[in-house]
Design a protein around this ligand. Structure first.
Ligand code: GTP
Ligand code: K
Ligand code: MG
Length: 356
């Protein structure tokens, strides 16, 4: 049986299994298995298909923002509006077939905006079902280049999920599920769990908070499923079973995301108002140039960039030429962004002032 069939089988079993206290451990095991198979799908050595590599577009500028969405929601139109790059836009689906990078200049930073092909061929006419997702997920040879797109999304600092405001919100859940399946966690931070493998000593299990969404037994069952018999687990947050599996698997990507609803020129004011009020959501019309400036400022906010000005001794800094980095970067990152030979010989930095 291939990996895809195994995934399908587990998904079916999970759908059949009633969720209650008695089945919790079993479901936990199934979840762990499912995560492992999905992982295999993306591994280059897997026999199930080619590696989950993204499009071959070099990262450039200070940050990368990826546009993800169904066909014809207006991704290319947006890229052409916000950057000097023209990406072909048309009324038919799958106009864009590869990744098109453009540069968005804002507050002295250069942000790479990536237009990507529309994803999830065939899913748009189906209802939200796990078996459809698995099939779409594998559908890389067809017109929709789903897997390549989601792999590219993994390299982004911020993801824009672009939606057609005139269509149902089902599209949003499908896209979220698709990204989730490849290990992207949207608008979440890494679970506060310390996990260390050991060679002997059994399992030590500690928590600093009360666990209400999972428990020690479930976690021990999962560890056994992974053949992890010696390790330290320290849980410092009220995590779910899924979040624990994420920690075990390790290569999850925690990426901020904004839901951008386009084409609001075609819906009622009441509908616009409703969408605009939900969190992380934003309404625009590319065609009528509505709210595009606000979108850019929100992207900037989500990127949480800091600007660093360097100066020569006795001279003023050049305020037109900042080094732009994500918040949380270190002096070493600053050095590396100036020149890669700088950090090894670096001794100290003088810091003048911090502006907010
Ligand atoms: N009414 C309306 N139409 C829009 C708006 N933005 C884009 N469109 C139209 O939507 C259609 C699709 O736009 P594209 O930019 O090609 O969409 P895409 O998401 O890049 O599509 P694919 O590359 O095929 O995935 C075009 O006919 C655009 O003119 C908008 O704000 N309002
Ligand atoms: K299109
Ligand atoms: Mg396009």
């Amino acid at each position: 049986m291939g990996v895809v069939e195994k995934i399908k089988e587990i998904e079916e079993e999970m759908a059949r299994t009633q969720k209650n206290k008695a089945t919790e451990y079993h479901l936990g095991l199934l979840k762990a298995k499912l995560a492992r198979y999905r992982q295999q799908l993306l591994e280059p050595t897997s026999k199930s298909g080619p590696a989950g590599t993204g499009f071959d577009v070099q990262k450039s500028g200070d940050a990368r923002v990826a546009l993800i969405g169904f066909p014809s929601v207006g991704k290319s139109t947006l890229l052409s509006k916000l950057t000097h790059t023209q990406s072909e836009a048309a009324a038919y689906e799958f106009t864009t077939l590869t990744a098109i990078p453009g540069v968005l200049e804002y507050k002295g930073a250069r942000i790479q905006l990536l237009d990507l092909p529309g994803i999830v061929e065939g899913a748009s006419q189906g209802t939200f079902r796990a078996d459809i997702i698995s099939t779409c997920f594998m559908n890389i040879s067809g017109r929709g280049r789903g897997r390549q797109v989601v792999s590219t999304a993994k390299t982004a600092d911020v993801i824009l999920i672009m939606l057609d405001a005139t269509k149902s919100d089902e599209q949003r859940r499908l896209l979220e599920h698709e990204l989730d399946a490849v290990g992207i966690r949207l608008n979440k931070s890494k679970p506060d769990v310390v996990f260390k493998k050991r060679t002997t000593g059994g399992i030590t299990f500690n928590t600093t908070v009360k666990l209400t969404k999972t428990d020690e037994k479930t976690i021990r069952t999962i560890l056994a499923g992974y053949k992890l018999h010696n390790c330290d687990v320290m849980i410092r947050e009220d995590i779910t079973t899924d979040e624990f599996i994420d920690v075990l698997i390790g290569n999850r990507k925690y990426i901020p995301c904004i839901y951008v609803y386009n084409k609001i020129d075609s819906i009622s004011l009441e509908q616009v108002d409703k969408i605009a009020r939900s969190s992380k959501s934003l309404v625009i019309s590319c065609e009528m140039d509505l709210n595009l400036d606000y979108l850019v400022s929100r992207i900037w906010e989500e990127l949480s960039m800091v600007k660093i000005y360097t100066k020569k001794r006795g001279a003023h800094p050049d305020l037109n030429d900042p080094v732009c980095l994500r918040k949380g970067s270190t002096i070493e990152t600053v050095c590396d962004s100036i020149h890669r030979s700088l950090a090894p010989n670096f001794r100290y930095a003088l810091i003048w002032s911090v502006l907010s």
